[in-house]
Structure formats: structure tokens, C-alpha cells
Design a protein around this ligand. Structure first.
Ligand SMILES: [Fe+2]
Length: 259
């Protein structure tokens, strides 16, 4: 799929902004580059989703802009706090919207379009979208959330294969057991709260709960086709509590996929 010229321009502007954070310090720059490449891949994921869900062109365009810019706040967050862990630093969705406005990054869009892109950036990392979001704004924000989830997992798998950049799991320690609050949410088929994460197992197991929070058939079938649940399972302890949560998530994905 060819992106319109305007979109290539957007990609260039985004890259220019984000690369401005590179410092020459290897470990720091690796985290910045990780988020730059992630942003472009989420953009591709979102384009595939918009195509397979038959988004009208105007909605597909807003989805593209929002996907490209969803992590706009990550760079400033990492520069200031050296972490991607929102709960101990700053809400990067909120920071991203503030920076996009301050930088006049969306100056070419109408106020209504701008509002929808900013809402998608603002809420992409929230546990759930606010109930007031509906229509096209909901469609765009939901697409960005799904596309983000589809791309985050390979980054996590990469880390789990070669655990050399612990920032990916927020520098949390390994543990054989889930934190009870995380376990309870997963057993209720809900995404756990980030603030309850106390170890890397909470972090990894919480991704099983993402199957309850995918908005589009496209995303559910990609989640299944790519075998994400099975891959997560490999990096979790072989315990009864994990087996139970894994079974619940697998069943949910199977049944929803057939709908
Ligand atoms: Fe994000």
C-alpha cells in the first residue's frame, strides 16, 4: 500500500523530531531507536487493520496519523526519567498530546481531526478508552490500541530471547509468582492495572489479558495467527496459576475469533 505524500512528510517530520533525542550514549540511544522503529511498525499494523476492516479513506488517514504519533511522548519521557514505566514517571499518552499541541505538529488538520488524533494518542496507553469516545474517534483510537498491542509483543519476545535491555520490562525483577492483584484481574478476564505490577512475570502475564481488550476481528485473528499466546506461555513459569490464566485467554481468543 502506498502512503500519500503528505504521510511520507509526516513520517519524516516524526523521525526528525525523535532523532533529536539521540545522545551518542549507546544504551540510551537504543531505547530511543526502539521507539522510533516501533512507531513506524505500528503505523504499518494500523494501515493493515484499516484496510482489512474497510475503513473509509478519511478514517484510514486519521488512523495513520494517530498511529505514527501515538508514542510521541516516549522520547521526552525517556530523556527526563530514563524509563518507559509510566507509573513511576509520567503518563506518556498525556505528555504526547501536550507536546503535539506545543509543537503544532497537527497544524494542517481541522480542529475536529486534530481532536480525534489527540484523543487516540492521549488514551492509547490507558487501561480502557473513556466512555465518551464514540463514532470515528472511537474507531481511530481503538485501531491504534490494537495496532500497538500487535507490535509490542514481538519487542517483548525479542527481549525475552536476548534479555539485554531490561527497560523493555520496566527494570522489574524476575519472580516465580504473580502478584495477587494481577492474578485476580486476569482470572476475571480483565487487563491488570499497571500500578499492580511488581515483577517481570506480572508484566509478561498481563499480555495474556490483552486478548480481552482487542477491538477488531483483524487484530484477534492476527493475535491467533502469530501464535502470540503460546509464545508468551514459553516465558512464564510452569505453574498452576499461569496454566489457568493461559487456558482462559486461549478460550477467549478462540471463541471471539469465530464470531
Ligand atoms: Fe505508547
Amino acid at each position: 500500500m502506498t502512503m500519500p505524500t503528505e504521510m511520507d512528510e509526516l513520517g519524516r517530520r516524526f523521525r526528525h523530531y525523535a532523532e533529536g533525542f539521540l545522545s551518542g550514549e549507546e544504551e540510551f540511544d537504543r531505547s530511543i531507536r526502539l521507539k522510533i522503529e516501533h512507531s513506524f511498525r505500528v503505523r504499518s499494523e494500523a494501515a493493515a487493520l484499516a484496510a482489512s476492516e474497510d475503513f473509509p479513506p478519511s478514517v484510514a488517514r486519521l488512523t495513520d496519523v494517530a498511529a505514527m504519533l501515538h508514542d510521541f511522548g516516549r522520547f521526552e519521557q525517556f530523556r527526563r526519567f530514563r524509563t518507559f514505566h509510566d507509573a513511576v514517571s509520567v503518563d506518556h499518552g498525556q505528555l504526547g498530546t501536550r507536546l503535539l499541541v506545543a509543537q503544532r505538529f497537527l497544524a494542517g488538520d481541522t480542529p475536529a481531526e486534530r481532536g480525534m488524533v489527540l484523543a487516540a494518542v492521549r488514551w492509547h496507553n490507558a487501561l480502557a478508552l473513556p466512555p465518551g469516545l464514540s463514532g470515528v474517534a472511537w474507531q481511530v483510537a481503538s485501531a491504534v490500541r490494537d495496532a500497538d498491542k500487535l507490535d509490542i509483543l514481538p519487542i517483548l519476545f525479542d527481549y525475552l530471547e536476548h534479555p539485554d535491555n531490561r527497560a523493555v520490562v520496566w527494570n522489574l525483577e524476575d519472580s516465580p509468582r504473580l502478584t495477587p492483584a494481577v492474578r485476580e484481574r486476569l482470572l476475571r478476564r480483565e487487563s491488570p492495572f499497571y500500578r499492580d505490577f511488581h515483577n517481570a512475570v506480572d508484566f509478561i502475564a498481563s499480555k495474556l489479558g490483552w486478548v480481552y481488550d482487542l477491538n477488531y476481528d483483524h487484530s484477534r485473528s492476527e493475535f491467533a495467527r502469530r501464535g502470540y499466546l503460546g509464545r508468551l506461555r514459553r516465558y512464564l513459569p510452569d505453574t498452576a496459576e499461569i496454566a489457568e490464566i493461559f487456558e482462559l485467554a486461549s478460550k477467549a481468543l478462540e471463541s471471539r475469533e469465530k464470531q
